[in-house]
Design a protein around this ligand. Structure first.
Ligand code: SDX
Length: 440
């Protein structure tokens, strides 16, 4: 299978075919417009590859997710989040010495410039933590990047990984009016974040091993996911040679949307709404199926996974285990399980291949760790950070890299003479001229 044939206006064309290492087939359309005069049209890019990559592989039909070839189930069971950061960004599992050096660099770059603390003061207490995170990540470029192109990418990668958890914790402390807690060099990446979130000057906080393991698992499961909306955004911004901080800041903004990373917050708000509405989850399934209702079952469905999201499977088990180990229950977990059971038997969801995604159970775990709902998407961003960095780096190191600039098909008004204001005023009040839309 080396060529794809296309017939257009009675002429035949051939295009090369690329077969990936996991047997994915891509038609190479890089010469499509030059040879045929036509472009491909694929709103939402559901059928379009924007790049080749060696970082993450997903098989949506089989529910497979691999980081640099390692199955997510094995990585989640054995790795630390710092190992996964190193693996995704540098392409191999770190040796003991490499990991020790990486950790040492992370802990010695985890403070933010003291002047940046003042930025938090001027955000209103109601500012969403994702807005704060996006603004503060972009602000890092004021301190660490001279000009548009990064001078020292590896150092800025360490700075970004190390400082984002401090910024995230500070944004939470700001939102509840508590003093900032500085990072500690004697703690792991995950323990240090929870310490900065929940310690107060008069009382340290060290998460239990159960909570720390749950946090490590959540970060790993969110670490990368091919060319999702926010990662594609980071790569696109990076393609203009914007610096790492500006590129990742744009990814934070893309992740914030409720159809993407913002879904985890919406899932919990939906489960709380069902609980407060008497627990009638079947009513909400009916609403989700109603074509006249904008209501969607948050945490269900996925552009790629059309069987099951392996991350949701892992999180569902972990949520039950963590709650059991903490000796607590969460009524929302029971509602979630009932919602899932009902939905998976219902033809509406089965026919559309709508299964629980990573966001459906993650909120239960975040709650068990004591994370407030408004911080859920920030937790997703903390996890996705190494993926964004790895994908940005891969794009920037591509010798054939070009600025991303999609085409379009225009459906607006054809050329017409401009009518100056005086002439328009002179005309009787007529209906505003609307362009004749070309029927799609
Ligand atoms: C993430 O891309 C990634 O990899 C993302 C992510 C990552 O790690 O980066 O995995 C993280 O973003 C997970 C998704 C989180 N979002 C949600 O849970 C929000 C709820 N889900 C949806 O809005 C939706 O399923 C999407 C956005 C996730 C996927 O949308 P698609 O692929 O564009 O599918 P679609 O909107 O075209 O829906 C197809 C059909 C439609 O019905 P019909 O027009 O065919 O009648 O399924 C219906 C939709 O109405 N549908 C739903 C639904 N999701 C899709 N109906 C009810 N509830 C839902 N959740």
């Amino acid at each position: 299978m080396t060529k794809a044939k296309l017939s257009l206006d009675g002429k035949d064309y051939e295009f090369p075919v690329l077969v990936g290492s996991e047997d994915e087939v891509g038609i190479d359309f890089t010469t499509l417009r030059k040879t045929t005069g036509a472009i491909s049209l694929d709103p939402g890019y559901g059928n379009t590859g924007s790049c080749t990559s060696t970082i993450t592989f997903i098989n949506g039909e089989k529910g497979i997710l691999q980081y640099r070839g390692y199955p997510i189930e094995e990585v989640a069971a054995s790795a630390s989040f710092e190992e996964v950061c190193f693996l995704l960004i540098y392409g191999h599992l770190p040796s003991v010495d490499e990991l020790a050096t990486f950790h040492d660099k992370l802990i010695h770059h985890s403070m933010i410039h003291e002047a940046m603390k003042d930025f938090f003061q001027d955000f209103p207490p109601t500012a969403h933590p994702m807005m704060v995170l996006s603004a503060m990540v972009a602000s890092l470029s004021a301190y660490y990047t001279r000009g548009a192109v990064d001078e020292d990418v590896d150092l800025n990668i360490i700075r970004l990984l190390a400082k984002v958890k401090t910024i995230a914790a500070f944004s939470y402390k700001k939102s509840i009016g508590q003093p900032f807690i500085y990072p500690r060099n004697d703690l792991s990446y995950t323990k240090d974040f929870l310490h900065m979130m929940f310690a107060v000057p008069s009382e340290p906080y060290l998460p239990s091993d159960v909570r720390d393991r749950a946090h490590n698992l959540l970060l790993i499961l969110h670490a990368d996911h091919e060319q999702n909306c926010s990662t594609s955004t980071v790569r696109m911004v990076g393609s203009s040679q914007s610096n790492l901080f500006a590129s990742v800041s744009s990814g934070v903004s893309a992740l914030w949307g409720p159809l993407h990373g913002g879904a985890n917050q919406k899932v919990i708000e939906m489960l709380e709404q069902i609980r407060d509405d008497g627990g009638d989850y079947e009513k909400y399934v009916r609403m989700a199926k109603d074509p006249d209702s904008p209501f969607r079952l948050m945490g269900f469905g996925h552009r790629v996974y059309k069987n099951f999201d392996p991350r949701a499977t892992i999180l569902k088990e972990a949520a039950a285990d963590v709650l059991a180990e903490l000796g607590t229950t969460d009524p929302l977990l029971e509602i979630a399980k009932n919602l899932e059971r009902i939905a998976l038997e219902d033809p509406y969801f089965v026919d559309r291949k709508l299964y629980p995604n990573v966001d459906f159970y993650s909120g239960i775990l975040y709650r068990a760790m004591g994370i407030p709902t408004e911080m859920f998407t920030v937790m997703f961003a903390l996890g996705r950070l190494p993926g964004w960095i790895a994908q940005w780096k891969e794009g920037r190191e591509d010798p054939k890299a070009k600025i991303s600039r999609p085409r379009q098909i225009y459906l607006g008004a054809t050329q017409r003479p401009f009518v100056p204001l005086e002439e328009r005023a002179a005309k009787k009040a007529t209906k505003a001229e609307e362009p004749e839309l070309v029927p799609a």
